[in-house]
Design a protein around this ligand. Structure first.
Ligand code: TYM
Length: 333
């Protein structure tokens, strides 16, 4: 069956191993499958929900595209564009904001985390951000949305918005409620400093994450210093209970080597943690360092990246403007 895939990544710099293993690696596989139609969006409208330096934002948009390309997404097969260039996204977000309920948005844990204690000072955009995300997805009739585990709640909201819109206007199946594509294992990569926190670009300490643009020395250093515990390497999965750091590092290793957690545990059972860390570092250097080199190379040719974005925006606009036109008709504009 043909799958229509849509996903987005914020161009906020410091794309990291969590973005790669939780989302981008999955985009590449979906891009490579013949039956899929994929749209990958650099969500610059989402990025401005917190302050951005305009010059850096422009660079980060290009860097996100370069990361997609370096990871193996083919712009001839998938549509790659930045959200701000297709005006239907902003428009649909407003309209669907009139369908979404405050009570639904009040439950969003990511807003609570990002707004922190000072909710009064958070932007309205940060609060209504999941509605824009729903607009992104619903404009393309996406059937499947590959994301990391942290976006699960936003996808549930998207499904609720689609259903309520269809019910309110009596247009059965007009907005398609998408299925999340969240990997069963390793869908939440944790901080290297604290196995109970998500690896995140907003975390102050750079030691907490592997950035996709890290040099070899940085990777070596970060894994050497990554938090562990005094226990030996586990010999079965249940030995990982209450050992979030060991579980996370083994998860990263398994995801990078395409092995199951069980297989990785067997591989290192009885060995020293330092042996495991050495092997993990080697795998990271082998898989991640070439990405950094390729991203850098691609960024030397800004025209090439800008051309991909403008071609992508044109193709995306063709799809999204048709859908928004139908939305206008349905709601009586
Ligand atoms: P963003 O930019 O925060 O993250 C991009 C993708 O990376 C995943 N991710 C992780 N996965 C595993 N472990 C982690 N530590 C980790 N950190 C990030 C995210 O789950 C995401 O898939 N709202 C979205 C972007 C968005 C979007 C969309 C996604 C906008 N519109 C429509 C899907 C469909 C976001 O801020 O992702």
């Amino acid at each position: 069956m043909e799958k229509k895939i849509f996903s987005g990544v914020q161009p906020t710099g410091n794309l990291h191993l969590g973005n790669y293993l939780g989302a981008i690696k999955n985009f590449v596989q979906l891009n490579n499958s013949k039956e899929n139609k994929c749209v990958f969006c650099v969500v610059d409208l989402h990025a401005i929900t917190v302050n951005q330096d305009p010059k850096e934002l422009r660079n980060n948009i290009r860097e996100t595209v370069a990361t997609f390309l370096a990871s193996g997404i083919d712009p001839n097969k998938s549509i790659i564009f930045n959200q701000s260039q297709v005006s239907a996204h902003s428009e649909a977000a407003w309209i669907l904001g009139c369908t979404a309920r405050m009570g639904w948005l009040n439950r969003m844990t990511q807003f609570k985390e990002k707004a922190g204690k000072d909710k009064e000072k958070a932007s309205i955009g940060l609060y209504s951000y999941p509605v824009l995300m729903a607009a992104d997805i619903l404009l393309y009739d996406a059937t499947h949305v590959p994301v990391g585990d942290d976006q699960k709640q936003h996808l549930e909201l998207c499904r609720d918005i689609a259903q309520k819109f269809n019910n309110d206007f009596k247009v059965e199946n007009f907005l398609i409620a998408p299925e999340p594509l969240i990997q069963k294992e390793f869908s939440r990569i944790m901080s290297l400093k604290d196995g109970s926190k998500k690896m995140s670009k907003s975390e102050i300490s750079d030691q907490s994450r592997i950035n996709l643009r890290d040099e070899k020395d940085q990777i070596v250093n970060k894994i050497k210093k990554a938090k562990t515990d005094p226990l030996p390497m586990p010999s079965e999965i249940k030995d990982l209970d209450n050992r979030p750091e060991a579980r996370n590092l083994l998860g990263i290793y398994s995801s990078l080597t395409e092995a199951s957690l069980e297989k990785s545990i067997n591989e290192f059972s009885g060995k020293n943690f330092s042996d495991f860390k050495n092997t993990l570092t080697q795998v990271l250097v082998d898989k991640i360092s070439p990405l950094a080199v390729e991203i850098k190379k691609l960024l030397n040719d800004k025209n090439y990246i800008d051309k991909i974005l403008s071609d992508g925006a044109q193709k995306a606009d063709e799809i999204a403007s048709k859908k928004i036109k139908k939305i206008h008709e349905i709601i009586g504009f």
